[in-house]
Write a protein that binds this ligand. Structure first.
Ligand SMILES: C[S@@+](CC[C@H](N)C(=O)[O-])C[C@H]1O[C@@H](n2cnc3c(N)ncnc32)[C@H](O)[C@@H]1O
Length: 229
């Protein structure tokens, strides 16, 4: 099944990552031993299909990556993406950095910290997450990191419609467009991966200055240079 989902040249990398999660990941308490038999179906393939919701060549920030899900899987499946993994716990960022180095992944940056600490400093085309927080809180953490034309793309469970309902005041307050829910991975994973996408309702209202400060790629137009009098 992995053959249809990962480019053939990346299969050795995803197999090495799977082996690392099943050994080191368990020993270091990053993944439960009961997850090992279902590592491919419930974790690796399930995260890889998220790539179908991400455009080519963009900058992605995966918040709360844990042991690298979905961020590291995307980095392996999609070498065209530039991936930033944001994770506050040292034990987890140490593991992430080691895997990135061991696999020789050149499209990954690992940052230790909370998503909120990047607000006002970085913006990304896509901000992903899995099992990090209810949508209401996820919006507060993620939307300030989303570029004007970008979107939050979060993996969610079957209660997503209830989460959207609960989050409606926050969606309004943050100026979000109506969330779109889709299922990905038909014929690859069962159940399919449920994904919610949230964009800015009015990209023109999204601050431009902060993204330009850090070199985080953004689809925002540069401001007109100030005229000299
Ligand atoms: C349940 S784990 C999920 C890990 C991984 N995404 C997965 O699906 O296996 C939630 C992760 O979110 C991280 N986290 C919690 N609050 C965060 C925040 N404010 N910013 C970024 N990450 C956060 C935690 O340290 C933890 O690694």
């Amino acid at each position: 099944m992995a053959r249809g989902v990962f480019p053939s040249g990346r299969l050795p990398l995803i197999e090495a990552y799977a082996a690392s999660l099943a050994s080191d990941g368990v020993v270091r308490g990053l993944i439960g031993p009961r997850e090992v038999p279902r590592l491919w179906e419930r974790h690796l393939l399930n995260c890889a299909v998220l790539g179908h919701a991400i455009p080519d060549g963009v900058a992605v920030c995966d918040i709360g990556s844990g042991a690298g899900l979905p961020g590291l899987v995307l980095a392996i499946a999609r070498p065209d993406l530039r991936i930033t993994l944001v994770e506050p716990l040292l034990r987890r960022t140490t593991y992430l950095s080691e895997v990135v180095q061991e696999l020789g992944l050149e499209n990954v940056e690992v940052l230790r910290g909370r998503a909120e600490e990047l607000h006002g400093g970085r913006r990304f085309d896509v901000v992903t997450s899995r099992a990090v927080a209810p949508l209401e809180r996820l919006l507060r953490w993620s939307m300030p990191l989303v570029a004007p034309q970008g979107s939050l793309v979060a993996m969610k469970g079957s209660s997503i419609n209830d989460e959207i309902e609960t989050a409606s005041p926050v969606l309004r307050k943050l100026g979000c467009a109506r969330p779109e829910v889709t299922s990905l991975g038909e014929g690859v994973v069962d159940p399919q991966t449920i994904v919610v996408r949230v964009a800015h309702a009015d990209p023109g209202q999204v601050g431009l200055g902060d993204a330009r400060r850090t070199g985080g790629r953004t689809t925002a137009k540069p401001r007109e240079p100030r005229r000299r009098r």
